[in-house]
Ligand binder design. Structure first.
Ligand SMILES: N[C@@H](CCC(=O)N[C@@H](CS)C(=O)NCC(=O)O)C(=O)O
Length: 306
């Protein structure tokens, strides 16, 4: 389990119960919110992420306090946020004063610590399920590249001064390497070939899961909805939003995704957060595809390996 020992900020130590530092549109936070929803842990009030008002310090049992950290406003790329999450990413879950990071670890923690249906099966099925979760988590870098290139574009580029600040505050041993990504992205150092490789990686992963669903189901690890369904559903959602023709390319995956999206947890954890942004992303993806510059062209192109 990944925790931040002795965070520089004195806020986490004051927090009781569950406090989620997250962002509505961030896939890594969406998967944690999905797990919380599946476990029946309700969303309590949303408060400013730095708030230490007495009324905001304690989450009611069975709920969590949301502390939204705006990624578009770059609130995560600040020394104040680095003092809570040194890798400058969301989510972070503070549970009774302890800062937990790494979304998959947080999902596991919530699954293990709280009652409700177990989202990680045991035995042999559990091992297959863990492998599927790991496979999806490894594709996070690819999702990041595709998101920035095809959904966000120029608005997400940072100027030289901000890049310098980022290099200073980012943790040198961060596995997420946020400052390095922003440097390369903002200076146009990522080649089209590199983006295409990320799309190929995603297609390879989607192809594996699509084949698996062709052999069984209804869920990725058999009869019960699990952590693997959570993490892959969020991935499919993001890539569809970005304009990748996933329904057409991976029909088994799409049918399964529609069932995952129909669960009440999806609306509770994701739908309500992304209503406006999803419309913008989809419109952008559609226009880019229409102009022949979107993910549609790359999916249909010779770079596809599946
Ligand atoms: N390994 C981390 C990755 C977290 C991550 O990459 N979060 C993204 C959102 S999905 C983020 O906060 N990005 C910040 C940014 O791009 O500025 C985890 O799984 O928690």
């Amino acid at each position: 389990m990944a925790i931040v020992e002795n965070p520089q900020s004195d806020l986490p130590a004051k927090l009781r119960g569950l406090h989620l530092f997250h962002y509505g549109g961030a896939p890594c936070a969406q998967r944690v919110r999905l797990v919380l929803a599946e476990k029946g842990i309700r969303r309590g009030p949303s408060v400013p992420w730095q708030s230490d008002k007495p009324a905001h310090l304690e989450a009611e049992a069975g709920t969590y306090i949301g502390r939204p950290v705006s990624l578009p406003r770059q609130q995560n790329l600040t020394p104040e946020y680095a003092a809570i999450h040194p890798n400058l990413v969301v989510p972070a879950l503070v549970m009774d004063g302890v800062v937990h990071i790494e979304s998959v670890d947080i999902m596991t923690l919530v699954d293990e610590q709280f009652p409700g249906p177990a989202l990680m099966p045991s035995g042999e099925v559990g091992r297959r399920c863990e492998a599927l979760v790991k496979r999806a988590a490894e594709l996070q870098t690819a999702v990041r590249h595709v998101t920035y290139r095809f959904s966000l574009g120029g608005i997400a580029k940072l100027n030289a001064k901000k890049l310098e600040e980022l290099a200073r505050i980012d943790s040198p041993d961060s596995p997420d390497r946020v400052s390095e990504f922003y440097r390369r992205f903002s200076r146009n150092e990522i080649s089209e070939q590199e983006y295409a490789e990320h799309i190929r990686d995603l297609e390879a992963g989607f192809g594996e899961v699509d084949a698996l669903l062709g052999e069984g189901g209804p869920w990725l690890c058999g009869d019960a909805y699990s952590m693997a369904d959570v993490i892959w559903a969020v991935k499919v959602f993001r890539i569809d939003e970005a304009g990748y023709p996933i329904a057409k390319r991976f029909p088994n995956l799409w049918r399964w995704f529609e069932a995952a999206r129909a669960r009440p947890s999806f609306e509770e954890a994701i739908g309500r957060d992304v209503r406006a942004s999803s419309v913008v992303f989809r419109a952008r993806g559609a226009v880019q595809n229409w102009l022949g510059r979107g993910l549609g062209r790359l999916a249909a192109g010779p770079t596809r390996s599946a």
